[in-house]
Design a protein around this ligand. Structure first.
Ligand SMILES: [Zn+2]
Length: 58
């Protein structure tokens, strides 16, 4: 089962999404994307917890 996430699920006006085989890989992609496109988001423990709650199994 693959893991998927999209920015629109987080309420962002952004069409980015990613699908990977593992949650670890997905969080790496999310981190790269947030650093590149959503500099206002601070990736603290709270933000990471809420991001992980948006991950879907597909
Ligand atoms: Zn985005």
């Amino acid at each position: 089962m693959a893991k998927s996430i999209s920015c629109s699920d987080a309420g962002k006006d952004c069409k980015w999404s990613a699908t990977t085989e593992t949650e670890e890989e997905l969080m790496e992609k999310v981190t790269e994307h947030v650093i590149a496109e959503h500099k206002e988001i601070e990736l603290d423990a709270e933000a990471i917890t809420s991001i992980k709650s948006l991950i879907r199994d597909i």
